[in-house]
Design a protein around this ligand. Structure first.
Ligand SMILES: Cc1ncc(COP(=O)(O)O)c(C=O)c1O
Length: 380
């Protein structure tokens, strides 16, 4: 099946009970045994549920994996896979990543005695220098939130494979429609399905997807043992959202590129960080490992906090809000919003400063979005 078809059909057939075309919401905590000592396919919703299974099978097909597991949030997915590691293990983590992941790793995971080194994964020599005998995993985010830096997935996967190090890639920004890390050699893909996969800003959710039987078995165990799985109603909503992923991503991509070009030519904009622009230092890598650039990117205004406030308060169509990947356009200042959980010196050292604005371009008409930006920039 091609991607568009799999997004609609993979993981479920019309329901065997009444022929419902959409998988019903199996809103039950428990399932009757078929007889004494005879459980059916499902026995208890923490361990498995038909609505969840439909979503998990669909996501596995879209990422090109064999198994997918869905969680209450993206952070629950990350927290669950972190349970695979124990005190004394060493993790190499991209030094440029979502603030919530940074907080979990530094304030929860590291507290358990797991050693974490934040490394620039764009520099393979730096990665090689960071490896220790106890290194168990490399955590990648690409493109990064919010700086839009890329990691060469093939290079890191090849490097890790020969050293028996697990690679995990947060693929939230591009979704499997544009980037499939498992096909490039990565072991586990992580998603905040809150974003593009659901696509309607009405659910929080997460996913882990793998093609490795050993890791699938371990994640299945951890999902059940920690009780972090997504509830049936939310699974139903994400499954509904993912059916339109292909058409939404095409539109997000086109709109975001139009807006990036518009901003790049604007006299009040200092820099546009968008991998689809030729000015992006990793534009060629973007084209070689993904088939599109997504709908989220960042830019720097000329000025500081006062100008950022004036600009953001003047916007009428773009909603000032955290999150991304919904059909509506959202805008935010990472320095005071999504990345505030990173210490200020770390934010500044990697370039998350007051002038940086992140935009999640929705699927409204691009002309309306550009008109809104134009009037707001005019007030700066
Ligand atoms: C790249 C990335 N990864 C992970 C997360 C965490 O996901 P959630 O908010 O669903 O827990 C986010 C949330 O913004 C994100 O942008």
């Amino acid at each position: 099946m091609k991607f568009e078809t799999a997004a609609i059909h993979a993981g479920h057939e019309p329901d065997p009970a009444y022929g419902a075309v959409m998988p019903p919401i199996y809103q039950t905590s428990t399932f009757a045994f078929l007889g004494f000592d005879k459980p059916g396919e499902f026995d208890y919703t923490r361990s498995g549920n038909p609505t969840r299974k439909a979503l998990e099978q669909c996501l596995a097909a879209l990422e090109g994996g064999t198994d997918a597991f869905v969680f209450a949030t993206g952070m629950a997915a990350t927290a669950t896979i972190m349970q695979h590691f124990s005190a004394g293990d060493h993790l190499i983590v991209h030094d440029d990543l979502y603030g919530g992941t940074y907080r979990l790793l530094t304030s929860v995971v590291a507290e358990k005695g797991i050693d974490i080194d934040f490394v620039n994964l764009r520099d393979i020599d730096a990665v090689a220098a960071a490896v220790q005998p106890s290194t168990k995993a490399i955590w990648i985010e690409t493109p990064t939130n919010p700086l839009m830096n890329l990691v060469d997935l093939r290079e890191i996967a090849d490097f890790a494979k020969v050293r028996n190090i697990i690679t995990i890639c947060d693929n939230t920004f591009l979704s499997p429609y544009f980037q499939r890390p498992l096909e490039l050699g990565i072991d586990i893909v992580m998603h905040s399905t809150t974003k593009y996969i659901n696509g309607h800003s009405d659910v929080v959710g997460g996913a882990l997807i793998t093609g490795r039987a050993d890791l699938a078995e371990r994640i299945r165990f951890l999902q059940n043992a920690t009780g972090s799985a997504q509830a049936p109603f939310e699974c139903f909503l994400v499954l509904r959202g993912v059916k339109t992923l292909a058409v939404r991503m095409e539109y997000h991509n086109t709109n975001a590129l139009k807006i990036a070009h518009y901003l790049e030519a604007h006299p009040k904009i200092a820099q546009v960080l968008h991998p689809g622009l030729e000015s992006h230092p990793q534009h060629e890598l973007a084209k070689s490992q993904a088939t599109g650039f997504g709908g989220t990117f960042s830019f720097r205004i000329k000025g500081g906090q006062a100008e950022a406030r004036t600009f953001l308060e003047a916007l009428k169509l773009f909603v000032l809000a955290e999150s991304l990947g919904g059909v509506e356009s959202l805008i935010e200042q990472p320095f005071t919003m999504t990345h505030v959980s990173m210490p200020e010196d770390v934010r500044r050292s990697i370039g998350i400063t007051e002038d940086l604005i992140r935009v999640s371009v929705g699927i409204e008409h691009a002309d309306d979005l550009i008109a809104d930006l134009e009037q707001a920039l005019g007030q700066m």
